[in-house]
Design a protein around this ligand. Structure first.
Ligand code: UDP
Ligand code: MG
Length: 310
């Protein structure tokens, strides 16, 4: 029987320090993965350091190493997409370059996939050790909210570290949306998934590419991509404001009839104006978010552009 091929996809942005360590670590544990042939697919996401040279070097050294280099930084989601699209493996696994996704789990993941019982083996962190507490707090709140307002099943602490069969890869590649929110996409495609848990590991070298602000924008993107609840909320806001206004009208008419009409209430009027126009602007902003995403989708721009590929 022919051996199956396992593709390891690694999105890399400024990982000149981590990438060689990553390759070495996986290389050293290869005998535990002897039931499959390996293929590496490094995606250089427009790095500004020597990541591309590291990729070239590794390719020269080991012909199973392939790489794609983007013309600029397109983001990790685009990197994952490119990797999936270019991968040839019967099985595919996505891993970070910084060894925060422990390669030691690969044999276990592989055994679940090979058993044929699962199409996808996903991982989640059970803690967020070594992360600023405020970031963890926001992250937890985000997942709670997201699961309330979206039908895609998005798991707290879920990593992009997943192994899947060709079936799942093809399903994900067929989703050509421009605004990619991988965590949502993985949940959306479904298929039988096995969850493995692990404790957070800190990155081996280099530093995180995610600032708090970037994560915040990412969270908003996720909500807009996988839920239309904010649009419903905007309408509900409108209905509530109408009800409040109606009650006010009744109160004012009754008061005028009973007590006469002393001209007063200017400050309260200003407050109401401010509140209502604030809510209106907010709702318009929500609409704008969806409109802008729809606008970008209709342009059908490519998800990434390749500068060099081997
Ligand atoms: N990454 C990428 N493009 C980006 C940002 C990050 O390909 O624009 C890669 C990065 O090289 C790493 C992975 O995505 O392999 C995770 O990034 P990072 O470790 O900075 O995120 P964290 O683990 O802190 O969430
Ligand atoms: Mg990391």
């Amino acid at each position: 029987m022919d051996k199956k091929l396992l593709t390891i996809i690694v999105p890399c942005y400024n990982e000149e320090e981590s990438l060689p360590i990553f390759y070495k670590t996986v290389h050293e544990m290869e005998d535990k993965l002897s039931s499959v042939d390996l293929e590496f697919m490094f995606v250089d996401d427009g790095s500004k350091d020597r990541t591309l040279e590291v990729c070239r070097q590794l390719h020269k050294q080991d012909e199973r190493v392939h790489y794609v280099s983007f013309s600029r930084n397109f983001g990790k989601e685009a990197g994952i997409y490119a990797g999936l699209e270019k991968s040839k493996g019967d099985y595919v696994v996505i891993m970070d370059a910084d060894l925060q996704d422990p390669p030691a789990m690969l044999p276990e993941m592989l055994s679940y996939i090979e058993s044929g019982e699962y199409e996808c083996v996903a991982t989640r962190r059970v803690d967020r050790k070594g992360e600023p507490p405020i970031r963890s707090w926001f992250a937890r709140k985000f997942y709670k909210l997201m699961n309330k307002i979206s039908s895609a099943d998005i798991v707290d602490g879920a990593r992009d570290y997943q192994m899947m069969t060709r079936k799942v890869v093809d399903a994900i590649v067929s989703m050509r949306e421009y605004n990619r929110f991988s965590k949502g996409i993985f949940g959306w495609v479904g298929f039988k998934r096995k969850w493995l848990e692990f404790e957070n590991v800190e990155r081996v070298a280099g530093e995180t590419k995610w600032s708090f602000w970037k994560l915040f924008v990412y969270a908003i993107d996720g909500i807009v991509a996988f839920s239309t609840a904010p649009l419903v909320m905007a309408s509900i806001f409108g209905v509530i404001m109408c009800l409040v206004a109606f009650i006010f009208i009744v109160v004012i008419i009754v008061r005028t009839l009973v007590f006469g009409d002393p001209t007063s209430g200017w400050p309260s009027m200003v407050c109401i104006f401010l509140l209502v126009s604030g809510i209106q602007l907010f709702c318009m902003g929500v609409l704008g978010q969806y409109l802008s995403k729809a606008y970008l989708e209709t342009k059908q721009r490519p998800i990434y552009l390749v500068q060099e590929e081997e």
